[in-house]
Each structure stands twice: as C-alpha cells, then as structure tokens.
Design a protein around this ligand. Sequence first.
Ligand code: 4AD
Ligand code: MG
Length: 435
Amino acid sequence: MTRTLIRDLHRRIDETVTVYGWINTLRLQRRMQFVLVRDHTGTVQVTHQRGGDGDLLEAAFEDLAIESAVKVTGKVVENAHVKLGALEILPERLEVVARAEAPLPIDEHTGLDQRLDWRFLDLRRPAQHLIFEVLTTVERAMRGAAAAEGFTELHTPKLMGTASESGAEVFEVGYFDRTAYLAQSPQFYKQMAIAGGIDRVFEIGPVFRAEPSFTSRHATEFTGVDAEMAWIDSVEEVMAFEERMLHRVLSDVREAHEAAILEHFGVGITVPDLPFPRIAMADALARLRGMGWDPEGEREDLDPEGERALSSLLAQEAGHEFVFVTDFPASVRPFYHLRPADDPAVTESFDLLWRGIEITTGAQREHRYDVLSAQAQEKGMNLASLAGYLNCFRYGCPPHGGFGLGLNRLLMVMLGLSSIREATFLFRGPNRLEP
Ligand code: 4AD
Ligand code: MG
C-alpha cells in the first residue's frame, strides 16, 4: 500500500489508490455517506453508497469522528458534480489509524487564545500550513540574498555571561552556581565576528526579550534576522542591502504563493520598487506634527500611531508601502550607533517601517574604541561589564554596520495577520509558556 497525495489524484483516474489523512467533514445521509479526507496537499471527497445489513464500510463510516487519522483505499473516479477537483474516491477499505476524541476542543469560531492552547489542532487548517510554507520561502530567499553577496552564516550563543544591549529587557536563567542571560540580540557577537575579520555576517536565530508587552506585535521569544557588513562607507550600504534582500523575498513569495495567499488571507503580494523612500526623523516629526500628531512625552521618537501615520503619508506621496526613517536622535538610540562628525546629536541609523509597523532597526556602528567608550559612559553603561565587547575595538576593527529584522513581524505584515501570535509556530508572551 503506497501513499498517494491528494493533489496527485487527478492523474490517477480509474486507478485504485490509498490516501492518508484526517477526516475533515462527515455528511452521513440516508442513502449516501460523504466523507471529506484532508492531507497536507488538499481535500478529497470519499463517497459511499450505503449497502445495508452486513456493509462493514457503512458501519465504519458511521462510527467515524472528525479529525481521526485514517487511510482510505478506493477507486478514483471523475465526477463533474463534485466541487473538490471534480473527482471522488469510491472506498473499498477504511483504516482508522488513530481515532480522534469527540467533541474537538476548538472549532472555526474559537478565539485566538484558546486556539493557541490547542495549537497542533489549530495548525491542521490549510491556511495555517500556508503561513509556514511562506515563512520557509522567506527564509530561503533571505539566505540566498545574503549568500549571493558574500555573507557568512553564523550561529551566535544565546546564553551570555552579561546582559547584552541593556539590562532591562533581559531574562536571567540559573547557570550552575551563577546567573546567565538569554541573548536579546546577536548584536555584540556579530560585531565580534566583524572584528574577527569575517567580512559580512548573517544569522537567523532566536531572540529573547523580557518585555511585559501585550500588543499584537510583541513576543518574548521571536526569530531574528541579523546582518552585519564590514568596510562600509555609510549606513546607506546597509539599507541598500536590506532593500535588495526584501525585493528578492517578495519576488520569491509572489512566485510561489501569490494565489494561495490571496485565497486564504485575501491579500496580494506586491514586489516593491527600489529604492524605498527615506525620510530623516526630524523631517518625519515635523511633517507629523503639521498633521496634528502630538503625543505626550514623545519628542524625538515615533510612537505606534506616529509610525502608522508616517507610513500612510508615504503611501500617498510615494506610492510605497516601505519607508526608511533615518538619522534618529542619539538620545533614543543605543551607545554603539555612530554619530556623524558634523552633527553628534543624531546617529547614522534607521528603522524600516512596512505598512506602519517597525520591522527593522539598523545602523552604522561606532568602531573607534575611545569614542565608543565615551558614548557608553555617557549612556550610563558599566564599562567594566562591557569590557569583553569593548576589547573588540582595541585591535583594528573596520567600519561596519548592520540591521536586525523581526521575522515574525515581517510575516504578520506580509499576510495581513491580526497578531504576531499567528505568525509564530508556538508563541511566547508574558502569559504564555505553553504549549
Ligand atoms: O529594534 P530592535 O530591538 O533592534 C536590535 O535588536 C538591534 N540590535 C538591531 C541592530 O542591528 N541594530 O530589534 C530588531 C527587530 C525590530 O525591528 C522588530 O522587527 C523585532 O526585531 N522585534 C520584535 N519582534 C517581536 N517581539 C518583540 N518583542 C520584538 N522586539 C523587536
Ligand atoms: Mg527597533
């Protein structure tokens, strides 16, 4: 008994095949029993005419429960009346490999939180599979774009002896007789690789943030895409690489999944024109204030509402869904961002917004030991605990820059999902460590 995938059935008309899958729907009528069987490639109708007393198949179908795992053997026949592919299987044998309990704990009306409790059942819906097929295409395209431009892929440690970028958002874990910290970003390690002479560094890996945020775009563990490039002349080279990478991502996603994404999520995939529009933070703030945006306490940075307003402004003016916001004030950026010689109040940095949501933060880094140490001190950092990082800049570190992109956020925006929870296999948030 070899397995036939449901998407291949149209090539097996009039043959006897076996499909492996789950019971999707049962319609048990007086004369006919209709059973829809689903595998990861599609759904097929199995049609059985009741035979009355002694009909073992009839009894077996009568006893089925939705989502049971089954193997069905039967003849594939054409039938123009069947909506699913104009074919059906006339069963000869049904094997229930593993019975599902009834009733199921979730259905299509269940709210997201309870669906996440039963994520493995939630994932059985074809739209959920599509999310992770698209994610696979996205990651492959990113790796391809990085490889084509000479990046080396690294895996930096996620256990650290000192908190990385700042102390506040870091998880502590017990580590033998001391405390370790979970990496909030590969930031310091990818810079260490640059100091080690690796010309361009690329990593896709887990990122941990102890942020007690309950928004639709925050997780405590997510997948980060990090790039770092040596010997750059300006941060512009970093933005240009990211644009090329995202162009390739969206081209590949469109080619592989455009129709399915439209069917399941109702959104189109647009391959963006290059270059993306750029706007300096000072200009962005001035324009938004001119439009009446004036949040309390936000003097030098954008709040989520400001990000949305800026994106819609650029969508109208430039017809573009992406916008790089550049030249962030030094006050709202970490100590390691490079400040231009002629204007030390700003940084050579950027955020990339897509449809009003930040998906990336990047910058050229300060590579001069004395300036970097002074900037760290100015931000109130403890130089002693930074020594392992700062040492990288004492023995000839080239100018460099890079970015960090949130992969789940990118996927959420791309597919128009309502929450990052749906763009994550198993979401982790302040209130969720299970399943
Ligand atoms: O903006 P962030 O914090 O930047 C850094 O980590 C820098 N080290 C990057 C650099 O190279 N300078 O994080 C990068 C991206 C964000 O733009 C966002 O897309 C995502 O990571 N991100 C989150 N995604 C989900 N949940 C969270 N709590 C996130 N925090 C950041
Ligand atoms: Mg950021």
